[in-house]
Write a protein that binds this ligand. Structure first.
Ligand code: KIV
Length: 308
């Protein structure tokens, strides 16, 4: 996912005109302030890879968000989410790294375990991190088994196409469901050199289409397409039978994924064009914390009713 530049000291919002400090993206204030609603899934049974396929067949869009910890996963799952991704974006969001590369398999397992303790309905997918599956198929299988055994997650996700096909095959042969990830694959940032839109050129688009077909033939149950032209994503979604989940890939795919902290406005330095803001929680947290500090310093907190 696009996480550059990651700033631990993000720009402050201008309170009189909240969107003025962002080039693009801050649509929450303009369009969603009055329209937040709760969602009640029709089917309360646990989501499976099979049911995601059925959702595609009947044209029901799939909703997916990230979560890395118990508290957020409880909220996201009880809101009716279809798929929760324990993404390696935890490297940026949780650990403050500038890329997804540093996060380790054990750290992903820690996040996966925390999320799994919370989730009752959503299908949970855990990212295999950089360096845990690219070495060879046996390394990939060992990593995937470790994730499944310790976290009890439902599936794993890996980035890449033909380059990692043997590893995907090996993992699938152990009965572990695999989600693919093509387009902007952040674990390859050092090869790409930027987080720009991928597959604008014909050669890269052709490879992406071929890779998507390959992942389906191998047996992946779904594919994430990140930051590619909407027309290309639409073509892939129409040619494949497995669900295509987009992030910055337009609306004509089978589902959407965002990073929870981005769409809640907690990651204030990150406002790409594809992001819709559903809250400004960064502001809310700062205001609440500021008020608490004031209350402590002015001896307003605790009052006589807030003590024993
Ligand atoms: O790690 C991540 O968060 C992802 C995205 C698809 C959201 O891979």
């Amino acid at each position: 996912l696009f996480r550059y530049p990651f700033s631990p000291h993000p720009q402050r919002l201008n309170k009189s005109n909240p969107s003025s400090t962002y080039e693009e993206g801050n649509k929450w204030y303009q369009s969603n302030r009055e329209t937040m609603s709760t969602y009640q899934p029709e089917d309360s049974r646990k989501v499976t890879t099979h049911r995601l396929r059925e959702m595609k067949e009947r044209g029901e869009k799939i909703a997916m968000l990230t979560a890395y910890d118990y508290t957020m996963a409880t909220l996201v799952d009880s809101a009716g989410m279809d798929v929760i991704l324990v993404g390696d974006s935890a490297s940026n969001i949780m650990a403050g790294n500038t890329t997804t590369l540093p996060i380790t398999l054990d750290q992903m397992i820690y996040h996966g375990k925390s999320v799994m303790k919370a989730v009752k309905r959503a299908l949970v997918v855990v990212d295999l991190p950089f360096g845990s599956y690219q070495g060879n198929p046996m390394q990939a299988l060992d990593s995937a088994i470790k994730v499944m055994k310790i976290t009890h997650a439902d599936a794993i996700k890996v980035e890449g196409g033909s380059e990692i096909s043997e590893s995907i095959q090996r993992i699938l042969s152990a009965g572990i469901p695999v989600m693919g990830h093509l387009g902007l694959t952040p674990q390859s940032i050092n090869k790409f050199g930027s987080y720009n839109v991928r597959a604008r050129e014909e050669a890269e688009a052709k490879k992406l289409i071929a890779d998507a077909h390959l992942l389906e033939e191998l047996g992946c149950f779904a594919i994430v397409l990140e930051k590619i032209p909407a027309t290309l994503a639409e073509r892939v979604a129409s040619e494949l039978s497995i669900p295509i989940i987009g992030i910055g890939a337009g609306g004509n795919v089978d589902g959407q994924v965002l990073v929870l902290h981005d769409m809640l406005g907690l990651n204030e330095g990150f406002r790409p064009r594809f992001l819709r803001l559903y809250a400004e929680m960064g502001q809310a947290v700062r205001a609440s914390v500021g008020q608490y500090i004031t209350d402590v310093k002015t001896r307003d907190f605790p009052n006589s009713e807030e003590q024993y």
